[in-house]
Each structure stands twice: as C-alpha cells, then as structure tokens.
Design a protein around this ligand. Structure first.
Ligand code: AMP
Ligand code: ZN
Length: 484
C-alpha cells in the first residue's frame, strides 16, 4: 500500500502518475449545472464520479479545494426564462435548489465555492478585455469573438482535426459540434428581450465558456490540478476554456483533465421525447433509496458508459444489502464460542485491494471486489462462531473507514426491514418520500404532462397527504382523520 495514485488524463490520452502542484493539496474544478432544468441522473453520474475522486483524495490525506460553477446565464437559461415569461433569477432558482437537495440526498460533498455566473460579470469582462488587448479576440457587431487562428495550440484536448477549421467563420451558440470548429463568442451583444449587463466592452452577456475560465481563475488561480466534467464537455467547452485561459494568462490551465463517460438509459440517450428521462426524484418515487442510486452510479468505472436500467438498480440494491447484512451479523456476535480467528489479515488484504484499485485510475470494480472478498472470507468464520466481539468491531470499523469514500451507508437496518432511508425515522422518511413526489409532480407540470401530475397528486392522497399550491410553491399537510 501507499503507492502512487494514477489518473487517465484526457490531455495526452493516457494514465499518468498524479503529482499535485503543491504537495498534499489538490485544487479541483468541476463543471457544474446549467440551471435551465432539474438535474437528471446523467448529471448525477458526473457529480458522483467527481465526488468519488474527491473523497478518495481526502481519504489519501490530501486537502482538496473544490470549486463548482453554477451556469445561471447562457443560451439555454435565457431561452427557458423567455418561454416562461419570467426573469433569469426567478427561472433558475428552483433548479439551483433542486441541485442542492439532490446533492445532499446522494451524499455528495459540497464544494468550497459554487460561484454563479451572474455574480461574476466583472471578472469575465476583465478576461475578455485581456484577450482583446493581447490580440486573441476581436469585436464584431457588439460581440467579442475568440480568434482560434491566433492560438495555434487550439484543439489539443479533443484532438480535433484542425483541417475542418473554418477561419473567419464565427458562431454565437454556446454549444456546437466538432464539425464546426470556428471562432466562438466570448461576449454576446445585447439583444432585445435578453438580459444584458452594461460593461466596458459594451452591453451584453457572457458566453458559456468564458464563465468557467474567469471563475476558476478567481477561486483556484490561473493554474490548478484537476479539471473534470462529462465527455460532452471536452469539445467545445473545455477546449475553449483552455484557449481563453492559456491565451490570456500564459500558463497551463489544468494539469489533469478527467472526463466521465455518459449515462444512457436502456442503451439509449436519455431524452424527454423518449420518456426515458429521469431525475433523482423520479427514481426515489419508485421506492429506491438514495444510497442504492449512488451505489449504481459509482460502481461502473467512470470512463465506461453506464447503462441505467432498473435491473441494474436492483443489483445495486442487492450488493449494498449484502454489505448491510454482513454488518448486521457482526452486531449480533456474542463472543467467542471457542477458538477465535484473527481478522487482521483479512482486513489488511481488503484495505490494500480497495486502495490499490482506486489508486489505479479509480478502478472501482477492483476496490469493491476486495470488499466482497473480505465478506466472503469472513462469513464462514462468523457462521462457525470464530469471530470475537473485538474482531467484529474491527471489521465494522473497516466498513466505516471505507464508507468515507463510498458513502453508501450499508446499514444493518436495511437488511432487517428491507428498507432504509432517513435512518429509520418514519417521519423523516415520509417527508423525503413526499418531497420526492412533489418534485416529480412539479417536473411533470413543467413538461405539461398533467395526467402524470394528477396521478402523483392522487398517489399522495392515498398516502394521506394533501397538497396546496400557493404562490410561494407547493405546501403539504397530512389529511385530517377520515370523516365517520
Ligand atoms: P450541464 O448541466 O448540461 O452543463 O451538465 C453538467 C454536467 O453533467 C457536465 O459535467 C456534463 O458533462 C454532465 N452530463 C450531462 N449529461 C450527462 C450524461 N448523460 N451522463 C454523464 N454526465 C452527463
Ligand atoms: Zn465549465
């Protein structure tokens, strides 16, 4: 044990030893939610992968400074707010709140900072001005564009074919395909009915990419250790972040780029039109536990595609319950019936396997296999009454230790009742279930699926819960006693 941690670096495309800039400290930037809708479980795959990375670094004794942006102004948020006829703030608020709620439900550690784009316009303007001054950007009809021809290093991260580049061609959209490598908007001129800021570079609003460049520099410095996101972020988002930041600052933006592969549902891209679009609330409303969802999201290696199915979720439930059952049996150990076996070698082997797996580019399958091998080897000893009370306590302590990384709380209560959740407190559990259904209903209404929204209201009624729609949102209360 005590080897070197290695990560696959998208920049360069191979697994490399991880050496932080400052010994013992890691500066981590992860691209956060674009708050134009409720986060879906694909987003949570990315955030749970990043949480596994962060928790493992903490477990290995690093101090981690973690920043995650909130994109609360971009093409999508503006379009959504316009369609609803409300301001940006009002539009994004429920999605930001849902993000925080889901994060806590999934035991994802909060970042140190969640900078919001709308609160950092001066920083973005300063960056754009620097790019203009250094000749990497130009103005056109009130907007400012990054001139990719002026930046020959463009394309290293995504290994894009620069032959396809169209010099002089410009694009205003935040998102575009690899096929159209072109000058991209740093600053977008104010348009009628769009929010804008009066600034030194004219009235307008930032492009999406410049937000991350400005905010990462503010909170982590111009060079930091690790930058994460899903593979869809590689091009154009991260490519453009690198171009902006490195052209402006003259130093490398991030030393390691880690990207998780996508989550798909039943082998297909998740989309509203296909009806395979799930939020966390949708899944909890079907009776699954947050820790089961977390287990599923983290148990596939981050660089492999994760195919979400309810069958896979049931398997995650079973795996987690196996740990819970084992812990439950440890609790029941009364004391040595005769000869006791030493559990130390089993624990040491499990710890070594767990750490070696995660050190190897977060090989979670190997890490979990080490844990299940421990259970498999300790079980016969348990059955024969060869584990002392002290041995049982040591085994339980080991599970607590690794749960600092996994955060799946394999509690014995699960095994006993087949149900867990808000730690056995029925009131809390009810609250969580009601909240999940209310969110699912809100989502159905946003999607104008009123039949579904009504069905959820009726389900809640069956549970004895009455909803009240007020102007401050949805309230709920328990129905009074049935009329005689
Ligand atoms: P967005 O809110 O679309 O900006 O995405 C937030 C994060 O979720 C980014 O890191 C994305 O790469 C990631 N993401 C989006 N969709 C998926 C998906 N289906 N699977 C995994 N990660 C995703
Ligand atoms: Zn970003």
């Amino acid at each position: 044990m005590g080897g070197m941690t290695r990560f696959h670096n998208t920049m360069g495309g191979k697994v490399e030893d991880f050496v932080p800039i400052e010994p013992g400290r890691v500066k981590l930037y992860t691209c956060g939610p674009t708050v134009y809708d409720y986060p879906h479980i694909g987003n949570w795959r990315a955030y749970v992968f990043e949480d596994l990375l962060k928790r493992f670094l903490l477990f290995r004794g690093f101090k981690v400074a973690h920043v995650m942006n909130i994109t609360d102004v971009d093409d999508k948020t503006i379009r959504g707010a316009q369609a609803k006829g409300v301001g940006l703030d009002e539009y994004t608020k429920p999605f930001i709140e849902a993000f925080g709620r889901d994060r806590d439900t999934l035991a994802v550690l909060p970042a140190d900072h969640y900078p919001r784009a709308t609160a950092h316009i001066p920083e973005m303007v300063a960056l754009v001005r620097m790019l203009l001054e250094k000749g990497f950007a130009y103005k056109k009809e009130g907007s400012v564009y990054f001139a990719i021809d002026k930046y020959p290093a463009y394309g290293r991260l995504s290994k894009i074919n620069l032959e396809d580049r169209r010099p002089g061609a410009r694009g205003d959209a935040d998102e575009y395909e690899k096929e159209s490598v072109h000058d991209f908007a740093l600053w977008k001129a104010a348009k009628p009915r769009e929010p804008f800021w009066e600034t030194e570079i004219g009235p307008g609003r930032p492009g999406w990419h410049v937000e991350c460049s400005a905010m990462s520099a503010k909170y982590l410095g111009t060079t930091f250790d690790i930058h994460c996101g899903g593979v869809d972020n590689i091009f154009p988002h991260h490519e453009n972040e690198i171009a902006q930041s490195e052209a402006a600052n003259g130093v490398q933006l991030a030393h390691y780029w880690l990207h998780c592969h996508h989550l798909v549902v039943d082998g297909e891209k998740m989309s509203k039109s296909k009806g395979n679009f799930y939020t966390l609330a949708d899944i909890l409303a079907k009776g699954y536990e947050p820790s089961e969802v977390r287990y599923l999201l983290l148990s596939t290696h981050y660089r492999r595609m994760l195919n979400f199915t309810f069958e896979a979720l049931d398997q995650a439930r079973t795996a987690r319950q196996r740990m819970g059952n084992f812990l439950g049996e440890l609790k029941d150990v009364a004391g040595p019936a005769g000869q006791t076996a030493s559990v130390e070698p089993l624990i040491q082997a499990a710890r070594a396997g767990f750490v070696a797996g995660l050190e190897d580019d977060l090989n979670i399958a190997e890490a979990l296999a080490a844990v299940f091998t421990l259970i498999k080897n300790a079980n016969p000893l348990l059955v024969r009454g060869e584990i002392s009370k002290d041995g049982a306590a040591k085994l339980a302590a080991f599970f607590k230790e690794i749960d600092a990384v996994l955060a799946i709380k394999p509690s014995p209560a699960i095994a006993a009742s087949g149900k867990i959740g808000a730690a056995g407190d029925p009131e809390k559990r009810l609250e969580a279930e009601v909240q999940a259904r209310i969110e699912a209903r809100q989502k159905a209404r946003v999607e104008k699926d009123f039949a579904r929204a009504d069905a959820i209201r009726r389900e809640l009624l069956d549970m004895g819960i009455v909803l009240e729609d007020t102007k401050d949102g949805v309230r709920w209360k328990k129905a009074g006693p049935p009329k005689p």
